[in-house]
Design a protein around this ligand. Structure first.
Ligand code: MN
Length: 381
């Protein structure tokens, strides 16, 4: 029997890679519904291939145009509301590929309509980890992480007992400025940061990986997803991005997952787990290859320590970290602030929130804090 799939964010970086994986398994997977932002041309290519009966986009005219042209489309949805409606269509698997904090509500909705969520959106876990974990238990939904590091950890934990875990070790490429001095970091431009040496991803996550805020978010993601304490999570810089992450056990044995740096691999795993289907990516050759590992430098990349601090405060503080970072990245891309201002802005917002932390926030309280931080930053600059 075919597995029924929906993809939220089908024309983004994760979405494109998911479509590419699914093209190899059209006999096993059916793309029943998908959402996209504004890339109507690419959405049309997906429709030609998969004849999906349900689609949603941010622009009404786009989906109405597509519905008129393709008679197999049963229903279309539009706007933020439309994306939420599409998230509620029943499927075996939901691929959550929308990036940023805006994905939080569609992610929550997917718990009512899916047996499995292949989760690529880290912001929703960072903001609402405890709520997502509760939903997962209450609704009996499987979350299979698509973030390459968390997929590696998930894979290393298969067959293991959680009480045997000693440490989760996240690898980080270190980004393009890994060897740049503190002085030189001041003059980094957006175009320099967008040139990532290994991974080709969306703009936001590329900047995040150059500030190590991405790894900061991934520490928080790991703590919530695998329900371990912060002291059990370590970060190691591994420029080659071949070891995607590791788990150390109490007997000091370490398991890791290795592979070519290609997002299609964790996506394929999340779609077929526990099965290992035929390869979509090329094999990893181990010959003539050097793998390096270094400790991260918190002095040059303070976004990493700030994430740990946010997690220690807990509650709404991780939402503040996430939103302040997201806004800071936007301002940096618009050339309104410098590269080293990104962590400064996060720190400032966290400082202001210290006396207002809500320890076990509801979703609406999280969204309120999220909006407040956004407003604060917009009023300052
Ligand atoms: Mn990652």
């Amino acid at each position: 029997m075919k597995k029924i799939v929906k993809i939220l964010g089908a024309t983004g970086s994760i979405g494109k890679n998911s479509i590419d994986v699914m093209k190899n398994f059209t006999n096993r997977l059916e793309l029943y519904a998908f959402s996209f932002g504004y890339n109507v041309r690419e959405a049309e290519e997906i429709l030609k291939r998969f004849s999906s009966p349900y689609i949603a986009s941010l622009k009404k005219e786009d989906v109405l145009y597509l519905k008129k042209k393709y008679s197999f489309i049963k229903e279309v949805f539009w706007g933020d509301e439309g994306i939420k409606e599409l998230a509620q269509i029943d499927t075996d698997i939901t691929v959550m590929g929308i990036s940023g904090a805006e994905a939080i509500i569609p992610t929550m909705k997917a718990f009512d309509s899916s047996k499995r969520i292949a989760l690529a959106n880290k912001e929703s876990i960072v903001m609402a980890g405890p709520i997502i974990n509760r939903l997962k238990r209450e609704k009996g939904v499987e979350i299979i992480p698509v973030d390459s590091e968390h997929s590696a950890i998930f894979q290393s934990l298969v067959g293991e007992r959680r009480e045997d875990i000693k440490k989760i070790i996240l690898t980080a490429s270190g980004g393009p400025f890994r060897n740049l001095s503190k002085e030189k970091l001041k003059y980094v431009r957006p175009e320099d940061a967008l040139r990532h040496p290994v991974w080709h991803m969306g703009k936001k996550v590329t900047i995040d990986s150059s500030t190590l805020a991405n790894k900061g978010l991934e520490i928080i993601e790991a703590v919530y997803l695998f329900e371990v304490s912060l002291s059990m999570v370590d970060v190691v810089i591994h420029p080659q991005s071949i070891v995607h992450s590791l788990v150390e056990f109490n007997d000091h044995s370490i398991k890791a997952q290795l592979g070519v740096p290609d997002m299609r691999l964790p996506i394929q795993y999340a779609l077929f787990y526990p099965e290992r289907t035929d390869a979509v990516v090329r094999p990893l050759s181990l010959f003539n290859r050097t793998l390096e590992f270094y400790p991260p430098d918190p002095d040059r990349f303070p976004a990493l320590s700030l994430a740990k601090e946010a997690l220690m405060f807990g509650g709404t503080m991780t939402t503040v970290y996430n939103r302040a970072n997201e806004e800071a990245v936007r301002l940096f891309l618009d050339k309104k602030i410098s590269f080293i201002d990104i962590p400064k802005l996060i720190e400032k917002e966290m400082e202001m929130h210290k006396n207002e932390i809500i320890v076990a926030p509801t979703l609406s309280e999280i969204l309120e804090v999220d909006r407040k931080v956004k407003r604060n930053i917009m009023n300052q600059i």
